[in-house]
Write a protein that binds this ligand. Structure first.
Ligand code: COA
Length: 275
């Protein structure tokens, strides 16, 4: 399969020594605005790297080769034509249009390996909703975040109203969504939304360093952490704790558990194989 042939809106690169892959959105002329095709390709790119055992961590980002302004993604492509199969006046078709988009975001969120959102530039609307389905957010200081939808008479319907509220609290989300302002990376960091806030000139190196670290970490344990946090926190505590029981059992079978503990006892750094 030729990746160039298959993907038009995204590009996959593998960084072998880091055991990670980078999925870049390559629509710089539109600040990486998202069409359904873009979301579909991101989900398909993830499927490609999921079955690749040499990939143990994935970065989602906007293209480094920006032509206008740096952007993770400026949100839904406002210039895109709607799905011609759907009747814009039919209520069920309107709902179906959202069902299709939610499915892409859900697929990306359910991806089993750690997903890093590397944000350099705008992360707005649907672009910010894409950040919300990742596990780690690394942002450069020059980045801007926001839900400008209200200024266009629409609202963040790609999971935004539901996922952001679970991150930063109702009054902050209301402020973001009612007024459509942009927020600095520093502000979002203060609100606990960003895992790592990085100086612009250190960004690329830092993203590589963190992906490398995860790519050489204990993959099975990371899988269990991801699923426990993602799904365990959506259920009552006693059910969530069951995720830990099963996750513990599952992780016990991994070779990396033995390696991690043996390395500690032998006073050396562990060499995790992702098995
Ligand atoms: N959909 C389609 N095209 C978009 C886009 C989007 N969401 N966001 C930006 N673009 C395009 C612009 O139309 C422009 O194209 P052009 O140069 O051919 O005219 C190009 O990207 C650069 O954008 P521009 O507005 O000139 O840059 P800017 O730095 O002045 O402003 C933004 C950047 C992101 C603040 C501004 O483009 C914007 O508000 N975009 C829409 C964001 C939005 O509403 N997102 C939510 C959608 S639900």
């Amino acid at each position: 399969m030729s990746e160039e042939k298959k993907f038009q809106h995204v590009k996959i690169e593998k960084v072998e020594e880091g055991n990670y892959a980078v999925v870049s959105i390559i629509r710089p002329d539109k600040l990486n605005a998202l069409q359904n095709q873009t979301l579909k390709e991101i989900a398909e790119a993830l499927e490609t790297v999921e079955v690749d055992k040499s990939v143990r961590c994935v970065i989602i980002r906007g293209t480094r080769e920006f032509t206008k302004k740096p952007a993770f993604s400026a949100g839904a492509d406002l210039s895109a034509r709607g799905d011609t199969r759907l009747d814009p006046k039919n209520l069920r078709h309107r709902s179906h249009a959202m069902y299709i988009r939610h499915n892409y975001y859900n697929l990306i969120e359910a991806f089993p390996k750690p997903l890093i959102a590397a944000v350099d530039g705008y992360a707005l609307g649907g672009g910010l909703e894409l950040v919300l389905v990742c596990d780690i957010v690394i942002a450069s200081r020059r980045s801007e975040f926001g839900f400008p939808e209200i200024r266009r008479g629409i609202f963040p319907a790609n999971g935004g109203t539901q996922r952001m509220i679970r991150q930063i609290g109702k009054m902050r989300v209301n402020r973001m969504m009612y007024f459509g302002e942009h927020f600095t990376a520093e502000q979002m960091n203060d609100w606990g939304f960003i895992s790592f806030l990085v100086d612009d000139d250190k960004f690329e190196e830092f993203v590589h360093e963190k992906a490398f670290q995860i790519g050489n970490s204990a993959t099975n344990a990371l899988f269990v952490i991801k699923k426990c946090i993602q799904y365990g926190t959506q259920v009552p505590l006693n059910v969530g704790l069951q995720f830990e029981h099963w996750g513990y059992a599952l992780n016990t079978t991994s070779q990396d558990v033995r390696e991690g503990i043996t390395a500690f006892l032998e006073k050396r750094s562990p060499k995790f194989q992702g098995k």
